[in-house]
Write a protein that binds this ligand. Structure first.
Ligand SMILES: Nc1ncnc2c1ncn2[C@@H]1O[C@H](COP(=O)(O)OP(=O)(O)O)[C@@H](O)[C@H]1O
Ligand SMILES: [Mg+2]
Length: 278
């Protein structure tokens, strides 16, 4: 079995379009460890929510010593049943949840005390599960909104987003709310890329789209990772997402159940039986 998530039949193999060195696969993935006890180490992680415990307001804890992380230019995927705490873990990493225990570190720096907006300024971008576009604005206005923190020229970035998602260039004057589900997700991802992030966090980017559109979106996400941007993604389409994942996390009831390479998780009979439908 390969440890390289890109050495399979997924994704666009034309590396001339992005980084010929293929940052996404430059570093071998951490060796497989005993699944149920697997906990990623902080070493080499670009972004890590480390041992996160916490919940909403005064409510009970949702996350219990939960760790999720992603290395530079890699793709980490979080899967698990409904209500497992996947979205909550993403919010915690982005600073939208008060942690009772644990820390969030970006490039070695403890950012646990920073607001979400301050995290954006540090290079993090988050596309939430719902309400991730301005439906009444045009596609181009959405992209401009994404860049509101920037004071420099955003036109180059906008051209890069249009190269990644050519349909958005064709539809740039259209109202985003009138686009198809897949196109709206492209707007959401494009808007997040307008901040020129180092880490892109995506909560169910393929929700409600057809399998073909899902494949297409995953290909674009692989392209983004190859430019050196780290991807931390929650996905319902667990099989397909683990197939492109350098690292996969299976969360259950706010805890890490399995952590390993995407390919190893896909091959694990226990994971298959319980979380991938056999
Ligand atoms: N805004 C919220 N306020 C209070 N509880 C919430 C909120 N969002 C989610 N929860 C609870 O947190 C738990 C995990 O939910 P969530 O993180 O959305 O799971 P997942 O994304 O894995 O489906 C669930 O029990 C859910 O009811
Ligand atoms: Mg969710």
């Amino acid at each position: 079995m390969t440890q390289n998530a890109y050495q399979n039949d997924r994704g666009n193999k034309d590396r001339t379009i992005t980084n010929p060195d293929g940052i996404g696969s430059a570093e071998p993935v951490r060796a497989a460890t005993a699944a149920a006890t697997a906990k990623p180490v902080a070493n080499g992680q670009f972004l890590i929510g480390d041992g996160m415990t916490g919940g909403y307001g005064m409510g009970a804890d949702i996350l219990h010593d939960c760790t999720i992380a992603v290395k530079k230019g890699e793709i980490a995927v979080i899967v698990g049943p409904n209500g497992a705490g996947k979205s909550t873990a993403m919010r915690a990493v982005f600073g939208m949840l008060n942690l009772r225990q644990g820390a969030v570190r970006l490039d070695g720096q403890d950012i646990s005390g920073l607001t979400p907006q301050a995290r954006v300024a540090k290079g993090m971008a988050f596309v939430p599960q719902n309400s991730n576009i301005f439906a009444s604005l045009t596609v181009e206005e959405n992209l401009e909104m994404g860049a509101f923190l920037r004071r420099d020229d955003i036109n180059r970035t906008m051209e890069q987003v249009y190269e990644l998602f050519p349909i958005l260039k064709d539809k740039r004057r259209q109202i985003a709310g009138e686009l198809s589900g897949g196109q709206r997700q492209q707007v959401a991802v494009g808007r997040a890329l307008m901040t020129e992030p180092q880490v892109l966090m995506l909560d169910e980017p393929t929700a409600g789209v057809s399998p073909i559109v899902m494949d297409e979106l995953f290909d674009r996400i692989i392209e983004v990772a190859r430019t050196g941007i780290s991807i931390l993604m929650v996905e319902q389409n667990a099989r397909q997402a683990l197939n492109i994942a350098d690292t996969g996390y299976v969360l259950v009831q706010g805890r890490n159940r399995y952590t390993d390479t995407g390919q190893t998780l896909l091959a694990d009979p226990e994971v298959r039986k319980s979380f991938l439908g056999g």
